[in-house]
Design a protein around this ligand. Sequence first.
Ligand SMILES: [Ca+2]
Ligand SMILES: [Ca+2]
Ligand SMILES: [Ca+2]
Ligand SMILES: [Ca+2]
Length: 298
Amino acid sequence: MNRKTRVATTPFILPFLLLAAAASAQSNLDLTDHWGWGGNLGWLDFRAGRPDAGDGVLVCDTFLSGYVWSPNLGWIHLGNGLPADAIHYRNDTHADYGVNVDADGNLSGLAWAANAGWINFGWAPAADPNRPRFNLYNGRFLGFAWSPNCGWINLGAGRLLTRSIAGQDRDRDGLSDAWELAQAGNLTLLAASGDADGDGLSDQEEFLAGTDPRDATSALRITAFAPAATGATITWTSRPSRQYQIYESTAAAGNPWSLSLPGQPLPGSPGAVTQASVTNTARQVMFYRVAVLPILAP
Ligand SMILES: [Ca+2]
Ligand SMILES: [Ca+2]
Ligand SMILES: [Ca+2]
Ligand SMILES: [Ca+2]
């Protein structure tokens, strides 16, 4: 039997740069694809200029902000970009409402239209295929929001796309402050190059992988390795919203690493782990590692 071992790592690191998330920030939606569709409303413009509130919707890592314009309904407010806890709108008062984003790009919370009332983005569980969300890699929106007065609003008509995911980094440590606050409750414990839980993955690698930077048992890991006659099956911890690639090398230090499965990245399965098979027809000693691809940067 070939001697095989494995290494799990996350080699693709992008700096998390400062971007303001204020209400009047410039929209990061695509200049062409910034449209939703309501069966009872027609096209809704997610990048409509409004003098007191920027040029449309800003997509941040934990919330949306800005206004949508509907010729039939008027302005729809998705949030002011200033949630009270600096993470998510609580949606329990008129002072702190809006649409939230989770670590997988799922949307929830409430938008407000003076002519239609509340519009619900949080009507569906995370497994519902029609839940409103956006893809963390290509920025494409999918799913529906629900207006009791206007019906379904379709974000997935193929015309709504964000080019980035904005975030604030006031302590300039390379990590989204909202993510730091959500994970640690402060900005001091975590930093891009730190490893608060000592699991070998940096805090930034845990951000990219969607794992818990304060829990050493939560990390991107290869959990099973099953050799076969001419290859192996590799199982690793994963999130459905993330994409992965497997690399191989005949040297433990990876000099060089090459893609085991060239082509499209491997999507995370709906469960907690993902499995893929690699070939090794030459029956060489081979080392493997699994990498998570970086999501859209600011
Ligand atoms: Ca930070
Ligand atoms: Ca920090
Ligand atoms: Ca860690
Ligand atoms: Ca961890």
